[in-house]
Design a protein around this ligand. Structure first.
Ligand SMILES: [Ca+2]
Ligand SMILES: [Ca+2]
Ligand SMILES: [Ca+2]
Length: 212
């Protein structure tokens, strides 16, 4: 390999590691999110979805996303999640009714998320629309978990054991049904089925040619 090639490879590895360590700060800025998406070479549709998703979730209005942004939305959306599991779709009215008792900021965030998933704007999120969002959902699930503190030992990998221990004590989990739903999410995002959620799973979503 030429000297320039070696330098480029070194820089690439350095930047990648740096970006991963930024993800694990239990906070995330939009700059860090953009860097992560660039390091994954995410397609523009996925990137736009994720930037809008995290913009909607940032209810505390700070430049950073943290636990206080994500956890209340997870908590408010427990019934919505369960409706999806049992019915396979949800209307806008049922969806908003489910979060009626949440505070106004959380309701506003959740409503923005509805618009993001309901691509054809017919006020129903159906199974097909959910399928279309596979890539962003895997990415945000991983990033959400790091922000929520599920990576207990801080190695940027969330093992199934860490995840179960996290949701057993997390106060945004509203009950057994919600817990079971969240456990199912782990398997959904663990694309290589190695019982660890990590960058490798995200990289599977965005295959690209290896450098020549
Ligand atoms: Ca729709
Ligand atoms: Ca870990
Ligand atoms: Ca995995």
């Amino acid at each position: 390999m030429s000297i320039m090639g070696t330098i480029q490879l070194f820089l690439f590895c350095f930047i990648s590691l740096n970006q991963i360590s930024n993800v694990y700060s239990k906070t995330m800025s939009s700059r860090e999110l953009k860097d992560l998406l660039a390091s994954l070479r995410a397609d523009s549709q996925t990137s736009n979805f994720l930037l809008t998703y995290y913009d909607a979730l940032n209810t505390t209005g700070t430049p950073l996303l943290d636990f206080q942004d994500i956890a209340p939305v997870y908590k408010a959306m427990d019934k919505i999640a369960l409706t999806f599991v049992t019915v396979g779709q949800i209307s806008r009215s049922d969806y908003m009714e489910s979060v009626r008792s949440a505070d106004a900021k959380v309701r506003a965030a959740v409503e923005k998320l509805y618009g993001l998933f309901d691509k054809d704007k017919n006020n129903v999120i159906d199974h097909e629309e959910l399928e279309l969002t596979l890539r962003p959902r895997v990415v945000f699930f991983y990033v959400d978990l790091l922000i929520l503190g599920a990576d207990l030992d801080g190695d940027k990998r969330v093992t199934e054991d860490e995840y179960k221990r996290h949701i057993a004590t997390a106060d945004y989990v509203t009950g057994d049904a919600h817990k079971a739903f969240l456990e199912g999410n782990f398997n959904f995002a663990d694309l290589d089925d190695n019982t660890v959620l990590e960058m490798k799973d995200l990289q599977i979503l965005f295959p690209h040619d290896s450098p020549k």
